[in-house]
Ligand binder design. Structure first.
Ligand code: KG4
Ligand code: ZN
Length: 367
């Protein structure tokens, strides 16, 4: 495959930090996934073949809303309160007993240290009590795996755009185990740009869905916002200038106009984020020669992004994977899916695995 002119910064194998060579082969069976990296407590059961038997998500939005963002200490406490119920419900909905489980996958990072620890400690206790293998999964690896949850036949190689609250990363995924970083944000992540923009517009947390809803009543062309493409051919992103542009536009407006133009402001701001994401993702597709594109992570739930992507993919005869909304934002089915691949590959973690708030480290040399 022709890969230039993209300069690959490096490649990633499985992103787990702590891996041991198993002495006993994995006995295939149902897998429990656990996700507690931020403000969702989630548990999910997948079959050996990767079918989702259950996916339970408890959101803490109501806890954090009045603070305008996630409060780490409150997140940890809320995870402790919910983890047992959420996991039991995942088992119950799957119609299984604890002893039916043959493996556990848990988000090891990146995320909030205290929040991650709740999931990792719970998962380790279960693995010990049930005497089954455990794997630590990178949250990003989980988001990437979500592209195959509903469409296991989605082809490789493909380009994957991960757009979440903390990350905006473009990858070229060649095989199940290998991913190459093509570009990443230099400042704010796309979800962060939505959340910060929403805060400036006086909308509630989380800002992405709030802007998405308001923008449906607005004209994306009414107010011009800057689009940052960085240097020619770059597959990196930058969204901090956009947020500043919104701030200046709002400061230059009388109070009544701000309210009257709120929907146009939301639509224009959203359009600037979405159009750069799509243009760069399609540039990556052209540069790599891939014929398939997956867009995953919380921002992939955005209705305008989904509509425009579907249109562009049809125009360019590209295969597109956009996970169903329940698998865009944080969930444990994606963690179980990534963990399933790891277990099938013979990987597992020791029982002393720890949470890693910046598990981004395997990526660090690549950025
Ligand atoms: O993947 P995710 O649930 O958590 C992280 O890994 O960060 O992504 C959360 C991000 C938030 O910034 C949220 O505002 C954004 O995804 N988001 C959206 C939409 N739904 C969630 N952004 C734009 N439009 C949406 N509909
Ligand atoms: Zn996420």
């Amino acid at each position: 495959m022709h890969l230039s002119p993209v300069q690959f910064a490096g490649s990633i194998d499985f992103m787990m930090t702590t891996v041991v060579q198993p002495t006993v082969a994995w006995i295939p069976g149902p897998i429990l996934g656990i996700e507690t990296s931020c403000d969702e407590t989630a548990a999910s059961v997948l079959t050996t073949d990767g079918a989702v038997l259950s996916s339970i998500i408890t959101s803490q939005h109501a806890v954090h809303r009045r603070f305008g963002g996630v409060v780490p200490e409150l997140a940890s406490r809320a995870h402790i309160e919910s983890i047992e119920d959420v996991s039991s419900e995942a088992l119950q909905q799957a119609g299984l007993a604890w002893t039916d489980l043959m493996g556990i996958a848990v988000t090891q990072g990146p995320g909030l240290a205290g929040a991650l620890l709740v999931g990792v400690n719970y998962a380790k206790s279960l693995a010990y009590a049930l005497n089954i293998p455990i794997v630590g999964v990178s949250h990003l690896e989980g988001h990437i795996a979500s592209a195959w949850l509903e469409d296991p036949a989605f082809p490789l190689p493909c380009v994957v755009l991960v757009v979440s609250g903390g990350h905006t990363h473009l990858y070229f995924k060649e095989t199940i185990r290998q991913c190459r970083l093509l570009g990443a944000t230099q400042d704010d992540a796309a979800g962060e740009a939505f959340d910060k923009g929403a805060q400036l517009l006086g909308l509630e947390y989380p800002g992405g869905p709030a802007i998405d809803r308001l923008a449906r009543q607005g004209n994306p062309k009414a107010i011009a916002f800057p689009r940052s493409y960085l240097k020619k051919g770059s597959l990196d992103f930058s969204f901090s200038g956009l947020k500043t542009a919104l701030l200046y536009i709002l400061q230059g407006m009388p109070e009544q106009s701000r309210a009257a133009k709120a929907a146009d402001l939301a639509a224009g701001y959203q359009e600037a984020i979405v159009s750069v994401l799509i243009d760069k993702a399609l540039a990556a597709v052209r540069s790599t020669g891939a014929r398939a594109l997956a867009v995953v992570g919380g921002v992939s739930a955005n209705s305008r992004l989904r509509a425009l992507l579907q249109q562009r993919a049809t125009d360019e005869a590209l295969q597109l994977s956009l996970p169903p909304l329940a698998y865009c934002t944080d969930n444990a089915a994606m963690i179980a899916a990534a963990g399933r691949q790891a277990l099938r590959s013979g990987l597992r973690a020791p029982l002393d695995i720890d949470a890693h708030a910046s598990l981004i480290s395997p990526f660090a040399p690549l950025i």
